[in-house]
Design a binder for this molecule. Structure first.
Ligand code: IPM
Ligand code: MG
Length: 361
């Protein structure tokens, strides 16, 4: 098995270095090959997703991805911005199914932005469609507004679009995931306004017929945003489009105390996947040994489970993460006021130590 390791920008290299060590510890036979991506690749090769990196990702069984982006690239045209590497990989590898679990570890209840009685035991899964919607819709561009009250004024436009097969396949992913969980799917859209959401609702309802053991509810995205902070435990699996999923997954992340805890998997039809933390590159923290590596470590666990077929190693990593939290280790993002925070490397070393001890006993 070969894993392409793409650290990227900002805190990416630090968190990926730690996660790669953990991966190598639990699955020593997996071959790791490093590549350049994002701003780091732009600086070297003039493109955020060089062909060599794309080829490496295509050849690999899975991709471990850090983060991309830095303010210093803000002035670049959209096609050369670091974020395009991420979108390019998602599209080129056909990674349409983005799984973003939001789990609140009991040790971190105090770090949640919600009261414990509302959020304790939270375990939800956001299934975000990742290769369609307004992110990849055409046409897009700039022009002079052709009509309306602002006719003649400069305007920019993007197109929100979904085809039936794109909705069908992500609906299947959500229903199958729900069958292994609490058997409930909430499909989130804006069908009271958007044509693409009306199609979304129709298709999800049609696919639901094949899963009579799963309950389906539909919810408008504004209401879903509200319910996530009002009664987050009323959800099990949330399935939604690319843009709404982007926003709701950040919201759900914060309920768990820190976005620094949340892993993600992006899968294609062949089971090949890219695994990355839900958080970004946090350039303000880069090089300071302050970032929380647990989201990336947990992403490596998801990789073992979904792409490398080693659920046992995945569970070992997840238990080791629980164990270091129980030992009281906290990076700055999850520390209470007054608690001493450990750095990125120290947190990683603690996870490695747990894995080593467990191997000895
Ligand atoms: C995410 C990120 C990306 C997205 C950005 C960096 C392009 O926010 O993975 O959630 O919007 O999909
Ligand atoms: Mg996002």
């Amino acid at each position: 098995m070969k894993v392409a390791v793409l650290p990227g920008d900002g805190i990416g290299p630090e968190i990926v270095a730690v996660a790669a060590k953990v991966l190598a510890r639990v699955a020593p036979s997996v071959e790791l090959e490093f590549g350049d991506v994002g701003g780091a690749a732009f600086d070297k090769f003039g493109h955020p997703l060089p062909t060599t990196t794309l080829d490496l990702a295509k050849r690999a069984d899975a991709v471990l991805f850090g983060a991309v982006g830095d303010w210093k690239y803000d002035a670049l045209p959209r096609a050369l911005r670091p974020e395009q590497a991420l979108l390019g990989l998602r599209q080129a590898l056909g990674l349409f199914a983005n799984l973003r679990p939001a789990i609140l570890y009991s040790e971190l209840e105090a770090a949640s932005s919600l009261r414990a009685e509302i959020v304790s035991g939270l375990d939800i899964l956001i299934v975000r469609e990742l290769t369609g919607d307004i992110y990849f819709g055409t046409p897009r561009g700039r022009r002079m507004a052709p009509d309306g009250p602002f006719a003649g004024a400069p305007e920019a436009f993007d197109t929100m679009r979904y085809s039936e097969p794109e909705i069908e396949r992500i609906a299947h992913v959500a229903f199958r995931a729900a069958q292994k969980r609490r058997a409930k799917v909430t499909s989130v859209d804006k069908a009271n306004v958007l044509e693409s959401s009306q199609l979304w609702r129709e298709v999800v309802s049609r696919i639901h017929a094949a899963y009579p053991d799963v309950t389906l509810e539909h919810m408008y995205v504004d209401n879903a945003a509200m319910q996530l902070v009002r009664a987050p435990k009323s959800f099990d699996v949330i399935v939604t489009g690319n843009l709404f999923g982007d926003i709701l997954s950040d919201e759900a992340a914060m309920l768990t105390g820190s976005i620094g805890m949340l892993p993600s998997a992006s899968l294609n039809a062949a089971g090949q996947g890219m695994f990355e933390p839900c958080h970004g590159s946090a350039p303000d923290l880069a090089g300071k040994d302050r970032a929380n590596p647990l989201a990336t470590i947990l992403s490596a666990a998801m990789m073992l489970r979904y792409s490398l077929d080693d659920a046992n190693a995945a569970t070992r990593i997840e238990s080791a993460v629980k164990e270091v939290l129980a030992q009281g280790l906290r990076t700055a993002d999850i520390a209470h006021l007054g608690e001493v925070a450990v750095g990125t490397r120290e947190m990683g070393d603690a996870v490695l130590r747990v894995l080593e001890n467990e191997a000895r006993t």
